[in-house]
Design a protein around this ligand. Structure first.
Ligand SMILES: O=C[C@H](O)COP(=O)(O)O
Length: 247
C-alpha cells in the first residue's frame, strides 16, 4: 500500500526561531496516524529543522547535482547529508520559472540524490496557458518522462511526485479534487508505460496548489492522490496540524 505523505513547503519564509517554535507545537500535538509528515525549509533552517524534527521529516527545497566545485551559491548533497537531511524537493515551478531549473537538471539531481540514498520529491505541473490549450496531460507526462530518464524501476520506486498546477499555486484556486485526480491518474499511467503497473502503483503522487485544512480531506479521498505539498497553509502550526491530521 502506498504511503500517505503530507509535506509543507515554507518556500522563502521563516526563521530558525520560528521553525523551532513551530516544530515544538507540531510535535506536541501531532497524531500523524498513517501519514508521513514533512516540511521543506530554506537551507539556513535545515540544521534547526533536523535538531527539532521529532516526527516531522525535514526536506531541502533544492540541491546541486555536482559533488562539489565552483558553483557559487549552491549546496551539495554531501552538505545536506551532513545535517541529516533525507528529502529534497526538486523542480518546483518557482525554481523552473525564476531560476532556470529544467527537466534535464531535475533528472541529473534525481540521479544524484538516489545515488546517495536520498528521496527526491519531483514537482511537475502546467501553466494556465497549457491547461487552456488542453495540453495538461501531455505536458506533465513529458516532464515525468524526462525526470525519470535513465532510472530503473527500483530507483523510480524511491521517488515521490508532486503534481502542482502552476495556476493553483498561491492563488486560492485549487484544482477540483476530480481535476487533480485526473492528472494524478494520468501520471500513474505514464509511470506504468515507462515501467510497469507494479512500479506505477508503488510511487506516491502528491497534489499541491492552494491545499488548505478545508479541502485536504476531499483531495485525499481520491484514489491516485496520495498526499499533498502545501505552501501557504503550512506556515502556521495549527493549519499544518489540521492538514496532517486530516482524518
Ligand atoms: O510547494 C507548494 C506549492 O507551491 C503550493 O503552494 P500553495 O499551497 O501556497 O498554493
Amino acid at each position: 500500500m502506498r504511503k500517505k505523505i503530507i509535506f509543507g513547503n515554507w518556500k522563502m519564509n521563516g526563521t530558525n526561531a520560528s521553525l523551532e517554535r513551530f516544530l515544538e507545537t507540531v510535535n506536541a500535538n501531532l497524531k500523524g496516524n498513517d501519514v508521513v509528515a514533512g516540511l521543506a525549509v530554506p537551507f539556513t533552517l535545515l540544521a534547526t529543522g533536523e535538531k527539532h524534527a521529532g516526527k516531522v521529516k525535514i526536506a531541502a527545497q533544492n540541491v546541486h547535482f555536482a559533488a562539489n566545485g565552483a558553483y557559487t551559491g549552491e549546496v551539495s548533497i554531501e552538505m545536506l547529508q551532513e545535517l541529516g537531511v533525507k528529502y529534497v524537493v526538486l523542480g518546483h515551478s518557482e525554481r523552473r520559472e525564476m531560476f532556470n531549473e529544467t527537466n534535464e537538471s531535475v533528472n541529473q539531481k534525481v540521479k544524484a540524490l538516489l545515488a546517495h540514498d536520498m528521496t527526491p520529491i519531483i514537482c511537475c505541473g502546467e501553466t494556465l496557458a497549457t491547461k487552456e490549450a488542453g495540453q495538461t496531460i501531455s505536458f506533465v507526462n513529458d516532464q515525468i518522462a524526462l525526470a525519470y530518464k535513465g532510472l530503473t524501476a527500483d530507483q523510480a520506486l524511491k521517488t515521490i511526485i508532486a503534481y502542482e498546477p502552476i495556476w493553483a499555486i498561491g492563488t486560492g484556486k485549487t484544482a477540483t479534487a476530480q481535476d487533480a485526480e485526473e492528472v494524478c491518474r494520468a501520471i500513474r499511467q505514464q509511470l506504468a508505460k515507462l515501467y510497469n503497473e507494479t512500479t506505477a502503483n508503488g510511487i506516491s503522487i502528491l497534489y499541491g496548489g492552494s491545499v488548505k485544512p478545508d479541502n485536504i480531506k476531499e483531495l485525499m479521498n481520491e484514489a491516485d492522490i496520495d498526499g499533498a505539498l502545501v505552501g501557504g497553509a503550512s506556515l502556521k502550526a495549527d493549519d499544518y496540524l489540521a492538514l496532517v491530521d486530516y482524518k
